[in-house]
Write a protein that binds this ligand. Structure first.
Ligand code: SF4
Ligand code: SF4
Length: 321
C-alpha cells in the first residue's frame, strides 16, 4: 500500500488546541467478520489483534478519572472482542453513553444471535455504516451478501425499538462518498435514505451522518496510484471553512488503539502521528490517568483539511449540521 504520510506532514493548517475531554474513542481490535476492500485498518476474520482485559480496565480507570461522558467503540467489529460486553456493561453502570460502530452484518452472524438484545438492554447507541441504499453500491464496497444481511439486521433492530420515535434506542447510519468528492448535504441525503429504506424495506433510523474521505490509508493509496492525490488535496483546501475549525472532533476526543496507545484522533492513529503531549513517541492511556490535556497542541497534517472542508466532517457526521 502506498503511504501518504510523507506528503501530509508539512502543512499550513492552522494550529489547534484541546478543550475539555468529553469522548473516548476505543479501537477494540482488528478482528472482523467482513474484509471490505476500503477498510482503513485492514480488518478481517484472520486478524488476532484484540484489546486485552487489562487495557480495558485502564479504559475504565480513565473514564472514572476524567469524568468521560461518551465512549465510542470501533474495530474491526468491536462486538467480536470477547471483552466487549464487559466494557459496555461497566461503562453503562457508570452512566456513560456508549456508541457501537457496528457493521450490521455481525448482528446476523451465527453465535451473535443475542447481540442485538444485549445492545438494546444496555441502551447502546448504534452507528452503522451503510454507504448507499442500493444493493449494488453496497456490495461493490463491502462484498457479496452484505446488503441483504444489513437489511435483515436493520429490521431486527427496528423490531427491538431501535430507530423508532420515543424508544430511546438510537440508530444512526453513516455515509461516505464512493470516490474523490465531498459528501452531499447531510440533511438532503438523510431524506433520500429515509425515503428509500422506508419505502422499499419499511426501515426506520434516526440520523444519517456524512463523513468526508480522508487522503490516508487505503483511500489515500488509491488516490496516489490513480494520480488523483493532488487534485483531491486541492479540493479539500479550496473547500476550507474557518467556521468548522472550532468544532473539529480532536478538541474534545482522544483515540486509543487496541494496545492502549493514544492519539489525537482516529486518522492520526492510522498515520501513527503521536500526541504532542510528551517527548515519547508511544503514549499509553494508563500514562495519562492524572494528566489534564486542556490547552495541549494537537498534532496536525494536511489531512486535517478533510475535517474542515465544506460542511465539515467528524465521526459524528457534518460539523455544521
Ligand atoms: S466492516 Fe468495517 S472494520 Fe470490518 S472490514 Fe469492513 S470496514 Fe473494516
Ligand atoms: S484529522 Fe484529526 S487532528 Fe486533524 S483536524 Fe481532524 S480530528 Fe483534528
Amino acid at each position: 500500500m502506498l503511504d501518504t504520510r510523507p506528503l501530509l506532514e508539512a502543512t499550513d493548517f492552522p494550529a489547534i488546541y484541546r478543550d475539555k475531554l468529553q469522548i473516548l474513542q476505543i479501537n477494540l481490535g482488528y478482528l472482523c467478520n467482513l474484509s471490505c476492500v476500503h477498510c482503513h485498518v485492514n480488518a478481517g476474520p484472520k486478524r488476532t489483534e484484540l484489546m486485552s482485559r487489562e487495557t480495558i480496565d485502564d479504559v475504565l480507570r480513565f473514564i472514572d478519572q476524567h469524568d468521560i461522558k461518551l465512549l465510542d467503540l470501533t474495530g474491526g467489529a468491536p462486538e467480536m472482542n470477547p471483552e466487549f460486553r464487559y466494557l459496555v456493561t461497566e461503562a453503562r453502570q457508570r452512566g456513560v453513553d456508549v456508541i457501537d460502530r457496528c457493521n450490521l452484518t455481525i448482528l446476523v452472524e451465527p453465535g451473535y444471535e443475542d447481540l442485538a438484545d444485549f445492545l438494546a438492554e444496555q441502551q447502546v447507541i448504534i452507528t452503522a455504516s451503510l454507504p448507499c441504499y442500493s444493493e449494488q453500491n453496497v456490495e461493490n464496497q463491502r462484498g457479496k451478501g452484505v446488503f441483504n444481511n444489513s437489511i435483515e439486521a436493520l429490521k431486527k433492530l427496528n423490531s427491538l425499538g431501535y430507530g423508532k420515535e420515543g424508544s430511546g434506542l438510537q440508530l444512526n447510519l453513516v455515509y461516505n462518498p464512493g470516490g474523490p468528492f465531498l459528501p452531499p448535504s447531510q440533511i438532503g441525503l438523510q431524506e433520500a435514505y429515509k425515503k428509500e429504506l422506508g419505502d422499499n424495506f419499511g426501515i426506520e433510523f434516526n440520523e444519517l451522518l456524512t463523513i468526508t474521505n480522508m487522503p490516508i490509508s487505503r483511500f489515500g493509496s488509491m488516490l496516489l496510484s490513480k494520480g488523483q492525490f493532488e487534485d483531491y488535496m486541492q479540493l479539500l483546501k479550496d473547500s476550507y471553512s474557518d467556521a468548522n475549525l472550532n468544532n473539529v472532533m480532536c478538541r474534545t476526543l482522544i483515540s486509543v488503539d487496541w494496545q492502549g496507545q493514544v492519539y489525537d484522533c482516529d486518522f492520526n492513529q492510522m498515520l501513527k502521528m503521536p500526541l504532542i503531549a510528551s517527548d515519547s513517541a508511544d503514549i499509553y492511556l494508563k500514562d495519562l490517568l492524572d494528566q489534564d490535556l486542556i490547552g495541549n497542541e494537537i498534532c496536525i497534517g494536511d489531512h486535517c483539511y478533510g475535517c474542515t472542508a465544506g460542511q465539515g466532517s467528524s465521526c459524528g457526521g457534518a460539523l455544521d449540521g
